[in-house]
Design a protein around this ligand. Structure first.
Ligand code: MF3
Ligand code: CO
Length: 249
């Protein structure tokens, strides 16, 4: 069963999402050549706590950090470390927030200094594919319309979508039903209803869609080691259309 959120739940999720968006903006602002992902993670934790919230990933299945930081060929679940980011890298920052037991989840991919045109296009297409998916998150549509919207846009632009990792329901916990693949044919699966809340998160690869997990047991990387980008928003389905919860106002 896909849980439906009440009006009160949505009020709380908006607060949680606004905190997350504010913190994620500040994290993006410090990205530059020479900074480490450990520094980004430390700032994330500090800022989330300052907002009277908690980082949602830390402790989840024993994950030790507030953020996932996935550079270049890393798709998702990259672990913050002491390695310095370099000009030309791309870095995904994924953050979850718990505010009074309400969970939200969002991610962005940003350039480190100047990046080449192909990486810029990868980031742009991934960001727009999220917008295409969100556009389909409306009452009466099928769940797979979101998936298809993302895949269709990505493949039209010559990139590929990751299969092993998917979006998810969210709200009273980080991962709720349903799973939301970033690929699929339209018109399948459950019908979307007002009160559903989804974390929609396309992961888009420049080359092959195939992935593997590194020895740390977490970090997913592209099999061909070409770059990958990731964007995510927490979105409520309302009678008035999709409402992005992880935004500043
Ligand atoms: N946005 C990712 C997800 O929903 C991040 C989870 S990181 C974890 O799977 F550490 F919490 F697993
Ligand atoms: Co997520």
């Amino acid at each position: 069963m896909i849980p439906l959120k009440s009006e009160h739940d949505l009020v709380m999720l908006r607060v949680s999402g606004r905190i997350l968006a504010r913190v994620l903006r500040k994290l993006q602002e410090i990205v530059k050549p020479g900074i480490t992902t450990a520094q980004i993670d430390a700032l994330a934790e500090e800022l989330v706590l300052k907002e009277n919230a908690q980082p949602a990933f830390k402790g989840y299945k024993e994950y030790p950090f507030a953020t996932c930081t996935s550079a270049n060929a890393a798709i998702v679940h990259g672990m913050p470390d002491e390695k310095r980011l370099e000009e030309g890298d791309i870095i995904s920052i994924d953050l979850g927030v718990i505010y009074q037991e309400y969970f939200t989840d969002a991610a962005v991919t940003v350039p480190v200094g100047n990046i080449d045109a192909k990486k810029r296009k990868l980031i742009e297409v991934t960001k727009k594919s999220l917008a295409e998916g969100i556009k389909q998150a409306k009452v009466g549509n099928h769940l797979s319309d979101i998936s298809y919207g993302i895949q269709n846009y990505v493949e039209k632009n010559g990139f590929s979508v990751v299969r092993q990792f998917v979006g998810h329901g969210i709200g009273r916990s980080l991962h709720e039903e349903p799973e939301i693949p970033n690929f699929g044919r339209p018109n399948h699966g459950p019908i979307l209803k007002a009160g559903m809340v989804f974390a929609i998160e396309p992961m888009v690869n420049m080359g092959t869609w195939e992935a593997e997990i590194l020895e740390n047991g977490w970090t997913a990387v592209t099999l061909d080691r070409l770059p990958s980008a990731h964007f995510e928003h927490t979105v409520a389905i309302t009678e008035m259309g999709p409402e992005i919860l992880t935004k500043e106002q």
